[in-house]
Design a protein around this ligand. Structure first.
Ligand code: FE
Length: 186
């Protein structure tokens, strides 16, 4: 007699399937171990929320993920020219909210409403064109930003922890308090 194949749907079916209480131990609407959600006005009304990064360059933290080593922020640039040459070993996703920019290595221009996927392992040089007075882009960055000079020599480094440190120092300075950044950290 042939063995009957095990029923795959039975095998993979979670134990609690069909029950109404998906999680036995809820905290509000989520599992008790789930981190709290974040819902904020991305474009802040208080100018102090923008953290200065370089001359004419600011970032606004939205989600600083210390478990994955990843962060979401808005980048605001109010100067034209070459901003940085960098490598990121992990993927980056961007959505342009205002203005435009491009990478010297590519023939496309990211404009208001553009989505950009930056593959891991690419070196590129961010440029804001002369006729753009302000660009704001949402970036979701995993891992790190490794800044390079023209000879690909390593000249700087950023990750979620350096971002948090910058936020803490700035918010302390401007009177919001270093712990203002805590609401964006998970
Ligand atoms: Fe990039």
């Amino acid at each position: 007699m042939m063995n009957k194949e095990p029923d795959a749907t039975q095998q993979t079916r979670p134990r609690n399937a069909g029950e109404n209480n998906m999680y036995k131990d809820m905290k509000g609407s989520a599992h008790r171990l789930a981190p709290p959600e974040i819902a904020v006005k991305a474009m802040p009304e208080d100018e102090r929320v923008w953290v200065p990064q370089a001359e004419g360059v600011w970032f606004r933290p939205l989600m600083l993920n210390t478990l994955v080593g990843q962060w979401c922020n808005l980048l605001r640039v109010r100067r034209a020219g070459v901003l940085s040459r960098h490598l990121h070993p992990n993927p980056v996703h961007g959505y342009v909210i205002e203005g435009r920019w491009y990478y010297r290595e590519h023939d496309w221009v990211a404009e208001t409403g553009s989505y950009v996927f930056e593959p891991p392992g690419e070196v590129h040089t961010l440029v804001v064109p002369d006729d753009c007075s302000e660009m704001i882009t949402f970036f979701n960055i995993t891992g790190s930003m490794i800044y390079l000079d023209e000879a690909n020599k390593h000249v700087g480094y950023e990750d979620v922890f350096t971002k948090i440190d910058m936020c803490r120092a700035h918010y302390e300075n401007v009177g919001l308090g270093a712990d203002y950044v805590d609401q964006f950290i998970r």
